[in-house]
Design a protein around this ligand. Sequence first.
Ligand code: MRU
Length: 353
Amino acid sequence: MDTLYWQKGSLQVLDQTVLPEKEVYRTCTAWQEVRDAIAVLAVRGAPAIGVAAAYGMVLAGKALVRERPSLTAAEFLQAFHAVGKQLEQARPTAVNLHWAIARLVSMADTLSAQPVSCIVAAIETEACRIQAEDLEINRAMSRFGAEELLKQDKPLTILTHCNAGALATAGIGTALGVIRALHAKGRLLRVYADETRPLLQGARLTVTELMADHIPVTLITDNMAAWVMKTKGVDAVIVGADRIAANGDTANKIGTYGVSILAKEHGIPFYVAAPLSTFDLTLASGADIPIEERNADEVRTVRGTPIALPATAVFNPAFDVTPHTHIQAVFTEKGVIRTPDTAHIDSFFRSHH
Ligand code: MRU
């Protein structure tokens, strides 16, 4: 099951809203369909929506050439920028979406002296490169993360939240990539997966992925995490990230902050696995990260079944911010950032960019 793939000028997206009951692909032939697939979480997870957005921009470029063949390169680039701004609005928190669009737009800008057809061909090549890079990034990050965890010299029990797996990336996953690497080395005892209300990415996606790979996983509801930490010998928590500020504060799926507090209380190390593209060094702290609020019906219902009165007032933030002081280390494709604060992140980026 590929999370997404590019085929003959269309983007095929595995529809994660109906997993695990159904395995169906949504075909996107226009950038607006990619935007909609991202907005409804048919494709989700920070790296995956970055890759999807890149192909959305390719579809936009091709449509501009088809529909307005007489455009000059300057006119094309202006229209291309405008699409990028609209596509960015699909979801606000995961910075990878904005990062991928910015990468394509600035690459296209450097080709302003070329014919439009050459610019569009280069955009397509770059989108394919972003996808291929994500696979390599996952592998490298997983190696670094597993090496760090292997310092605990015993098979490990890991707790994770939401889905930071293959379904959230174009590869083996970030947090689940590290877990897969530990399993491959015979050093994983068990994974506890939070179900992750309201949309159940843990129950529907993480558990499905890990079971498919025969990795021992136990599903728990979100309110069981404290007791599991107290009674089940959890050795580490590993989660993914949607945006990491310059001081290490990390936005991830709602509930992650609570899990980090529980881990601190129980003396359990809390790790984040994320590519460098998830860092937003323009933001000094997590207080500046935009937090998406979603439709109230996601809370009032479970998989379409009402669990509250239709008029119930609801607060539905899709993400929260874990303070960097709760994070032992961030696993990236270039290595491990221990004690991820402003100084350590700054010096890591200086030595790896
Ligand atoms: O709303 P979602 O399902 O897109 O949220 C996903 C998460 O919060 C993931 O943990 C994060 O994007 C990291 S994915 C490698």
